[in-house]
Structure formats: C-alpha cells, structure tokens
Design a protein around this ligand. Structure first.
Ligand code: ADP
Length: 183
C-alpha cells in the first residue's frame, strides 16, 4: 500500500501532477476540490452547503470534508494519491488515524505567490475571482501551511519546484518518489 499526499498552495498545479503520478503508480487519485465541485453541480446537500464557502475561497468545514473523503478511501486498498487533502491539522490527524500513520511521502509543490495569482485568474472558475483567489492564499498560509512542519517533523516532506513546464515538473516528482526511502 502506497499513500502519497500533494501539498502546496492553490494554483500550484497539484491536480495535473497528482493525476499523472496516480496513473504512473497505478493508484487512485482523490481530489477533494473535484469531489466538492461535483457535489455542487449535482446539487446534493453537501454541495449546497459547500457552494458559497467555495466561492468565497474559504474552507469547507472539516467534518464534512473528512466524511466525504473517508467514504471514498474505502475502495482504495492499493493506496491513494491525495490532492487537496488534508488542508488543516484536524484533517491531517483524521487521515493519520484512518491510515494508521501509513503515509509514505508528502510532495510540497512550491510556486511563488505572484505566479499563483496569475495562474488562478487565468482559470476563470466560479471560485477563481480575484477576491476569492486572494482569500484562498491567506487561508492557505493560515490553515494549510502549518502542515509543512507537521509532515516535516515526521520526515515525510519532499519539496518540489513547481515552476516550469508540466513534463519537467512531472520528472522532478518521479525523481522525488524514486528517491524516497519509504517507496
Ligand atoms: P486548488 O486546485 O486551487 O488548490 P481545489 O480544487 O483543491 O483548489 O479546491 C477548491 C475549493 O474546494 C477550496 O478553495 C475549498 O473551498 C474547497 N476544498 C477543497 N479541498 C478541501 C479541504 N480538504 N478542506 C476544506 N475545503 C476544501
């Protein structure tokens, strides 16, 4: 069983790279942002609760996101590539409990802030207005960035330069994975 987490600010390219790595390793890719957008599009109860929160660029409450993710992890016995989760310390702790601490690697995709803003504004989704984008960066610094030392202290963190073309970044990630002691 192999479990890898993608960590990094919004707009860092976690989605693209997580899909590629999941294919490469034959693992399931789970992206909480995609799941939440699907719930919004389907108009489920969760989607209705999440919609305005996401449009503001805030985080959906931990208990909702944790429940949603745990349901989907049930059929991933070979392991998962997590993209966009965990985003808070309580989420990280819930994940540790679920996996009994079996996390192999945390890839931190690093991109400078001015480039993040430019990338996100170019995407033009409902949650990519300038105001929401700025808020998401603040939320990242306040609520998600503490996970860098959380996983760093466990010796799991591997920073990856997220600037460059997608294939170059993919190669950096593949190298980081093959150099990881746990894999
Ligand atoms: P990005 O690709 O820009 O990092 P995502 O697609 O991962 O963004 O997430 C979009 C939005 O979905 C977030 O801004 C947040 O509102 C919500 N969301 C996604 N994952 C989580 C999570 N783990 N906890 C709380 N909210 C989340």
């Amino acid at each position: 069983m192999t479990n890898i987490i993608f960590l990094g600010p919004p707009g860092a390219g976690k989605g693209t790279q997580a899909i590629r790595l999941a294919e490469h390793l034959g693992l399931v890719h789970l992206a909480t942002g995609d799941m939440l957008r699907a719930a919004v599009a389907d108009g489920t109860e969760l989607g209705q609760q999440a919609k305005t929160i996401m449009e503001r660029g805030d985080l959906v409450p931990d208990e909702l996101v944790i429940a949603m993710l745990m349901e989907r992890m049930a059929d991933a016995s070979k392991g998962v590539i997590l993209d966009g989760f965990p985003r808070t310390l309580p989420q990280a702790e819930a994940l540790d409990e679920k996996l009994s601490g079996q996390i192999d690697l945390v890839l931190l995709l690093e991109v400078p802030e001015d480039e993040l803003v430019e990338r996100m504004l170019g995407r033009g989704r409902a949650d990519d207005t300038e105001e929401a984008v700025r808020n998401r960066l603040v939320v990242y610094q306040e609520q998600t960035a503490p996970l860098i030392s959380y996983y760093g202290d466990k010796g799991l963190l591997q920073p990856v330069d997220g600037v460059g073309d997608m294939n170059t970044i993919q190669q950096r990630i593949t190298d980081a994975v093959s150099q990881s002691a746990a894999l």
